[in-house]
Each structure stands twice: as C-alpha cells, then as structure tokens.
Design a protein around this ligand. Structure first.
Ligand SMILES: Cc1cc2nc3c(=O)[nH]c(=O)nc-3n(C[C@H](O)[C@H](O)[C@H](O)COP(=O)(O)OP(=O)(O)OC[C@H]3O[C@@H](n4cnc5c(N)ncnc54)[C@H](O)[C@@H]3O)c2cc1C
Length: 339
C-alpha cells in the first residue's frame, strides 16, 4: 500500500534527465519509455565561456521527460502490479506496527519511508543522523523552444550552473543551481551565461517557475527495526549529477530483495555501495563549481583530449572500475600540467 499526501500526476522540480542506466532500471521495473514520449540525448556537454566539451554515453542514449509523464507511467505500472494507491492521504505518524493515515490506522509489517528530502518517516524512526549534509538552491523553468542540442548541457558561470535537458520536440527543461539563493534566479544567472541567454531569446515559458533545494545528504543508517528509507528520504546527491532517479529505482530493487529474506541490513549495505560513485562524482562537480580557475583549466584540458571526458562520463554512468577512474584522474592531472 502506498499513501501519498498529493494526487497524481505529481509535479516536482527536477532536471528531468534520465541517463541510460536510469532507463535500464526503469525497464527492469517494467516501465518502458519509448523515445517518442520524451526527447533523446546522447551524452553530456560542458560549456564555459568560449570552451565547449562533449562526451557520448558509452552505451545507449538518455531521455528527457516531463516529470508528470514519468509519474503517470509509474502509477500505471504500480496499479498493474496490484499496489493499493491512496492519494491525498498524508501519513501523520508511525509506531512499531502501524502507520497513521488521515483515514485511520493501518497495520504494517514493514514501513518504507519514500517521502522525499524532508522525510518525516526518517525523523519518526530515529534515522535523522547524517554523516554529511549540504544544500544548494535551485530554480526550474520549462521553455517552449526547439532543443538546440542533443546533449544535456551544463553551463558553468561564476556563481551558478545551468543544466539544460531537451524534453520534447519543442521544449527544454532548465535548472539553475547555486550555493547562494540570489544567484539561483534566472535573471541573475542568465547575465553570467550569455550563450544560454541568446539561445532562449524570445522563447516562451511553458510552465510555472518552481524553486527547490538540492542537497547532498549521507545518513549513518537507512534502516531500523521494520522501517527502511528509499529515494531522497534515504539521502541524496546534488542535482548536477542527474543521478537521483536511478538511485531511487536501484535502491527499490535492493530493498525488495532484503524484504524477501527479512534482513534490512543487507539493504543498508547495498544502499551504501550504490551511493559511493554518485557521491564521489557529485563532490567533484561541486568542487569544480567552487573553483573557477581550476574548472577553466579542467574544461580546456578535456577539450584538448575529449576521450578523457568520455572516460569520465563512462565512470559516472557506471561503466568503469575504480582503477580506471584513478588512471583517468592521473591522465587528467597530466593534461592539466600541459594546458
Ligand atoms: C532541482 C533538481 C533537479 C534534479 N534533476 C534530476 C535529474 O535531471 N535526473 C535525476 O535522475 N534526478 C534529478 N533530481 C533528483 C530527483 O528529483 C530525486 O532524486 C527524486 O525525485 C527522488 O524521488 P523520491 O520519490 O525519493 O522523492 P520525491 O519525488 O520528493 O517524492 C516524495 C513523495 O512523498 C510524498 N510525501 C511527503 N511527505 C508525505 C507524508 N507525510 N505523507 C504522505 N506522502 C508524503 C510527496 O507528496 C511526494 O509524492 C533533481 C532534484 C532537484 C531538486
């Protein structure tokens, strides 16, 4: 049984980009997104002033898709699997063997907190303690404009980054992210990013602007007694990684396996392993965001050796070992000395 305080289709401020691995996880859940439903993209592009560097995914393509469409597809699949879905039903408390809903108490052998970043289930179950927690500000807009690139573009400005995802034949989703609230506004960020401003000249907004907080949040524990946390409730990586949805889907599989053997410690172990790589890449991206001079040199180094960027992207999407990441890092260091 799923109880959600909202009603479908649920809109959430998001970059709306799903990388090939996210799509593979969705497929395994039984949800197939056909390319016609969203907009395909072939990799990632970094843009800083006059420098631009591209990398294709090692396998497959990503898809940008409006969040409400993704939600509709997930709801349809859950119904097909026989899940009882209760909408406009906020959860107001839990105890050892039940969950308090607005319509009464429901007995529950297992209680799974999937209530997002500000999870109350996390607080009620004593899982709030974090090893690390940082936050940035974000603003999301949709523009009615033909996507000008078949890559997800990340524009790097002095105080903010913009993440552009093609999501339809005539629509793009843009998220501005910054450590400072005032720099996460479109007006301010576009002043720092003239190339992006030019692409958007004359384009109409196709949705209401939404603000959000994106956090890097690593918990000590994601399970206790009969309670487990999944998705952003269980910790999160910065939005710039584009990894939130994949993590949530993969965690759900691991939790399913653990419930079969009634052992949530196994879930916790897999959860930790799943978080490691996105955390590492997220930290690297945040560090680049804070260090403009080094970032400029890194982007120029990658531009002069694009296969290095492709190797970094391959590692980011899970196609590489730690040894390969180390050797890519060493090669990048070598290039940095040369530029
Ligand atoms: C700005 C931004 C951009 C992002 N871009 C990307 C991207 O491009 N690609 C990507 O993969 N990820 C991206 N992410 C991350 C991604 O959006 C999240 O990881 C993902 O939405 C997490 O899903 P979730 O189900 O855990 O939480 P949520 O999507 O937040 O869902 C939580 C649900 O819990 C319900 N709820 C909350 N409290 C209660 C309660 N007390 N009772 C009942 N129901 C409750 C809410 O109504 C909601 O439906 C981005 C995040 C941000 C902030």
């Amino acid at each position: 049984m799923v109880a959600d305080g909202a009603a479908p289709p649920i809109e959430k401020p998001c970059g709306e980009g799903m990388m090939p691995e996210t799509l593979a996880a969705l497929r395994a859940l039984g949800v197939e997104i056909s390319p016609g439903e969203g907009q395909k993209f072939r990799g990632i592009c970094f843009v800083q002033e006059d420098a631009r560097v591209f990398a294709d995914f090692p396998q497959g393509q990503g898809i940008g898709l409006r969040r409400r469409l993704l939600h509709e597809r997930l709801v349809a699949r859950a119904e097909e699997c026989g899940v009882q879905l209760l909408w406009k039903t906020p959860v107001s408390g839990i105890d050892a063997e039940s969950v308090q809903l607005s319509c009464g108490k429901v007995h529950a052998r297992w209680i799974i907190g999937t209530d997002g970043q500000g999870s109350r289930v996390r607080r009620w179950s004593g899982l709030e303690a974090a090893k690390r927690s940082t936050q940035r500000h974000a603003t999301r807009r949709h523009y009615r404009v033909k996507p000008w690139s078949n890559y997800v573009e990340i524009y790097w400005g002095s105080h903010a980054q913009a993440y552009v995802t093609p999501i339809g034949g005539e629509e793009v989703c843009i998220v501005i992210m910054s450590e400072w609230a005032e720099h996460a506004s479109f007006d301010r960020a576009l002043r720092e990013l003239p190339e992006l401003k030019e692409q958007l000249a004359g384009a109409e907004l196709s949705s209401r602007e939404r603000g959000a907080v994106t956090s890097t949040h690593l918990l000590h524990n994601v399970q206790r007694r009969n309670v487990a946390l999944v998705g952003d409730a269980s910790g999160s990586v910065d939005a710039i990684t584009g990894e939130g949805l994949r993590l949530a889907f993969r965690q759900a599989f691991a939790l399913g396996d653990s419930l079969v053997v009634s052992d949530l410690r196994h879930y916790e172990q897999v959860h930790r392993e799943l978080a490691r790589r996105p955390m590492l890449m997220g930290n690297l991206m945040l560090w680049l965001g804070r260090n403009p001079r080094i970032r400029g040199r890194v982007i120029r180094a990658l531009q002069s050796k694009p296969d290095l960027f492709a190797r970094l992207l391959a590692t980011h999407v899970g196609h590489g070992t730690s040894a390969e990441l180390l050797s890519t890092g060493a090669l990048l260091g070598w290039r940095l000395l040369a530029v």
